[in-house]
Design a protein around this ligand. Sequence first.
Ligand code: SMG
Ligand code: MG
Length: 368
Amino acid sequence: MKIERITLHHLRMTLRSPFETSFGRAVTRDSILLEVLSAGLVGYGECVADAEPGYSYETVTTAWHVLRDFIAPAVLGQEINSPADFHQRAAAIRGHKMAKAGFEMAVWDLIGKAQGRCLRELLGGQRRQVAVGVSVGIQPSPEALIETVAGYLAQGYRRIKIKIKPGRDVVETQAVRRAFPLVPLQIDANSAYTLETAQSLRPLDELDLLLIEQPLDEDDLWDHSRLQPHFRTPLCLDESIVSPRHARQAIEMGACRIINIKAGRVGGLSRAVAIHDLCRDKGIPVWCGGMLETGVGRAANLALASLPNFTLPGDISATERYYAADITEQRFTLNVDSTITVPDAPGLGVTLDRSALQQFTLQSLTLP
Ligand code: SMG
Ligand code: MG
């Protein structure tokens, strides 16, 4: 497949309610949508870098720069017949995994459309429905948090993740556990603690949590390996796992017992599958993380989460959880058993709602 044309769209979508994490409070979500033309087919990709470098050093601006000035010149006019071909072409570009993953997703979509096969099938996924949970941002008070969680449980979500930060952690999590003694519950710190300050989380070890996600710095596997022995609850790494090699090293040093896989963070779906396979071989459960994706990235997450070692519910909630309007014609809804159905049309299995896309686009660029 010769890559003939690439269009980038910088999108800004308003969230239905603000989403607060340890690194900030978001009311809108920026992203880059890619359209890649080859032999009369258009592949879609989503780059999950955000407007600000809070979760990752990458931003929409850095990803736009890397896509326009490095990735596009490396692939335009070239034969790219597989994700591996793309990674070979992009090998001279260090880092910038979200930018690379955005383009790689479009390659998968093109391959699926050319072969008439859905992404689930291409990736080796088996399930037609995947178990999902909901990620709940930091709320103004423990009472507000309980009310918000109750709302999601009433909608049918059967796994709850709550965001924490220093000073907004133990009391809040205990309150949720008291209110909902049996709900599968996990917490995410987004790197807000140090080896020393994370000791304050010890009371949470009594709450039968599924996992504690990313308590320490994103570049710090070693201190996670020193922290894990202080907790019975499994640590789960998100930000720290940026490649299959990091996953292997984290497992070998005991830095975590569970891994959150996000294709954007690791440079694409093919690396995400490699981490899945490695974890399966080492007996480490994985689950699919979320980056408040549009319908395009949400479809990719559903296909990824259909692989067999995704044994914990993913952060893949219904479209409705974040967006009143989306750029895809398909909206993802929650089934009664807290699952979402994996698309089965060729490629990602989604089509664009052009008028919604236009409404959310701040800027577009077509190359060459
Ligand atoms: O897509 O439901 C979702 C978001 C899930 O909490 C979520 N993601 O660290 O796991 C995480 C955060 C990162 C979001 S920052 C844009
Ligand atoms: Mg996380």
